[in-house]
Design a protein around this ligand. Structure first.
Ligand code: ADP
Ligand code: MG
Length: 379
């Protein structure tokens, strides 16, 4: 992780925040709450209506220009405090939307004609031509799979569907063990190959299928950020469904402060505020998208080793990194690995990670050494 200008930032307490949460469209997937200067990922649905007037699309407010909308099964916001005066807001908004559409059209498992879904339907082990973005995301996904020893695995798609967290529809009961076993037999990132030029991917097992949901939003944040960089902006915040990049300062000319939410959808509140400057952050949690049976929680994060949703006490992981795509994938990987193996990987690979564990009546927060160091530098 590069710290950039992070040492100029200050971790500040939350002062009279103006709550402006926003909602996620995809059932219970992560949500980002927007506050004045403090952003709270993974928030509640309750205050959305009251808040959406605060930052009307494209309306400048103290030099702030903001856009928002829905894409990739969730909601997004872009806030820029230093947009060039000669730039048309409408034109920029159209470019943002076109970029999001492009990523969605390539990577969605909810669009039958996306590149990913076409590849999933192909029962062949031949090379399958893909766009450079899909190749880039696939390559990163495979790196994270290797790094996490398969905890992160985009070929978990049949298991995601079987457990009711994919496009084939939700469920409220544990699937039969035999079905879990046979779905698991169709997975394995080692059976997937990618090449960059010409961009293509290939399955070594004809029935293999992929799901980029755990990494595509991070990639899209990186793409929108690149667009804003090209336009000369240095102070902005881009956020898609809880994954974000914060550059420069917020509208109060202070470092962006990101509130990490308590992993409890019923009583959302800020558990930790992190200052973020010129850095990305992604959070994965087990508390938005899950079902319960016999008092047991089954969340959308699947352990590829068991073929089942993770069962340990780790409820949420936030990762800070330059690349939001990497942060997104790593947050999922660490959540799968759990409190102990996840913390070990974060130490070994110097990942800036915040772990929130669910204990009887409370929550335990642990920061990796790299995150502690980052916050120390920011002080
Ligand atoms: P969110 O999309 O809510 O931000 P994640 O980034 O953790 O959360 O992505 C979760 C999604 O990733 C799941 O809904 C599923 O589609 C997919 N997924 C589940 N388990 C894994 C895994 N072990 N590796 C890669 N992708 C996974
Ligand atoms: Mg992720």
């Amino acid at each position: 992780m590069q710290r950039g200008e992070a040492n100029q930032t200050k971790l500040q307490s939350l002062r009279y925040p103006v709550a402006c949460p926003r909602i996620s469209r995809r059932t219970q997937s992560p949500v980002m709450h927007r506050w004045t200067g403090v952003f709270v990922p993974k928030g509640s649905f309750l205050f959305a209506a009251a808040c959406c007037t605060l930052l009307a699309c494209g309306a400048p407010k103290n030099g702030l220009v903001s856009f928002s909308g829905s894409a990739m099964g969730t909601v997004w916001t872009v806030q820029i405090t230093d947009l060039r005066r000669d730039l048309s807001h409408g034109a920029l908004e159209r470019r943002i939307i076109a970029t999001l559409d492009e990523v969605d059209q390539a990577m969605s498992t909810y669009k039958e004609d996306s590149e990913v879904m076409k590849f999933n339907r192909q029962i062949s082990t031949d090379w399958f031509p893909i766009s450079p973005p899909v190749a880039a995301v696939l390559r990163e996904a495979l790196v994270i799979s290797q790094l996490s020893n398969g905890a992160f695995d985009i070929t978990v798609s049949p298991l995601v569907n079987l457990w009711g967290f994919g496009p084939t529809g939700a469920r409220t009961q544990r699937p039969p063990t035999a079905e879990i076993r046979s779905a698991r037999a169709q997975t394995g990132y080692e059976n997937l190959e990618v090449r960059l030029s010409p961009p293509a991917m290939r399955k070594k097992v004809a029935k293999l299928s992929i799901d980029l949901s755990a990494i595509a939003k991070g990639y899209a944040v990186d793409r929108i950020s690149a667009l804003l960089d090209e336009n000369g902006s240095k102070n902005y915040l881009v956020e898609i469904g809880g994954e974000l990049r914060a550059m420069g300062n917020n509208p109060q000319d202070e470092p962006w402060r990101i509130g990490v939410e308590r992993p409890d959808a019923d009583s959302p509140q800020i558990e930790q505020i992190l200052p973020l400057r010129n850095l990305g952050m992604a959070t994965s949690g087990d508390y938005r998208n899950f079902f319960e049976e016999d008092g047991k929680r089954y969340s959308h994060t699947i352990d590829p080793n068991t073929g089942e949703p993770v069962t340990h006490s780790l409820a949420s992981v936030s990762v800070l990194a330059d690349s939001v795509m990497r942060a997104d994938g790593l947050a999922t990987a660490l959540l799968v690995l759990g409190p102990r193996a996840g913390a070990e990987l974060a130490e070994r690979e110097e990942i800036a990670a915040l772990f929130i564990e669910r204990k009887a009546d409370t929550y335990k927060l642990t920061m990796s050494s790299t995150l502690q160091q980052y916050l120390g530098d920011a002080d």
